[in-house]
Design a protein around this ligand. Sequence first.
Ligand code: EPU
Length: 357
Amino acid sequence: MIKFTADASLRPFNTFGLDAKADLLVEYTSEDDLSQIFHDARVAGKPFLHVGQGSNLLFTGDYHGVVLHSGIRGIRPTSQGEDVVLLECGAGESWDGICAWCVDHGFYGVENLSGIPGEVGAAAVQNIGAYGVEFKDVAVAISVYDVKADKHVIVSVEECQYGYRTSLFKQPDYKQRFIVTGALLGMARKAPFMLDYGNIKAALLERGFTLLQGADRKRGDRSMRGKPITLHAMRDAILSLRDSKLPDPKVLGNAGSFFKNPVIERSRYEELLAAHPDMPKYDVDETHVKVPAGWLIEHAGCRNRSVGDACVYPQQCLVIVNRGHASADEIVQLSRLIVETVNERYAIRLEPEVNFI
Ligand code: EPU
């Protein structure tokens, strides 16, 4: 099924809830539709933008081109090995739907990525991540439609060039060329769980689970015993951690983290640490660390900053929310104010994670 809508509202396709328009919106439901769409005179040669739920987009104005939305559905186990199950997922499936499905079917690997808004296609482009796990950790291959060659291609995970919230699909040469139609995921049949991030351990202990896994649990001291962690327990813990910090875009328009956590030289971090002894970090490699942008924004004094209806979300300063009727302009102005304030205080330039369109 292919549906063309001229002069379409993009409000349903961006979680900031901004009322931008597209010259043409094309919604489709199968891989085979794409060749037909790109041969259509209304689409051929025009710039295009592929959206999912728009949970990482900021429309700074109307889009003069073609906005595409995939309704390709399906979650199919294709091969079931002793340790790994391969799962084929349509690009239009909700990402959290995949996480819930895997947890229900006893497949391990995406439980820490529970609750992230958006669809599979965007997850593959953006290399979404949370609580110590990234999309790339479970991806095996991505199926794409190559607009230029008018054919379907399989891209291996190595070829995807995944990095922190980035991939081949975001590079200028491929943005207007590859459309993700599905992802092949490799799910594990058993734990270990990834517990080393944020407050996961505390959330599990509070619920009466032991942090010991596998053989360690059997050998463990009695006092360390509790209920063994299950997939459902992990998903519930992650969902409640997210709920406590991140605003629900259905209630308060937002696009999750507005900025990336900046990666800086370790030596620079140590200088900063001398002046700000409580500055947290995540280790990246021997010479680099990642500093939480939310911490920098809060400690630079931006917690209660707003421009019109665009404001910093006080429980997690990394997020900008639309309190009601914020314009794109207000959101952009607030983001600039944050970048400048953080830069003045820490000499670190934040970069948006959100894509400005
Ligand atoms: N912090 C503050 N003030 C704040 C926010 C955070 O001091 O307003 C401190 C926290 O106390 C903590 C540290 O900063 O010490 C890190 O905060 P948190 O654990 O909340 O996570 P994050 O590093 O800010 C990243 C991802 C999130 C992901 C979480 C959990 C980025 C840009 N963001 O945030 O991803 O959910 O980790 O894993 O990497 C997203 O991409 O949209 C997103 C929400």
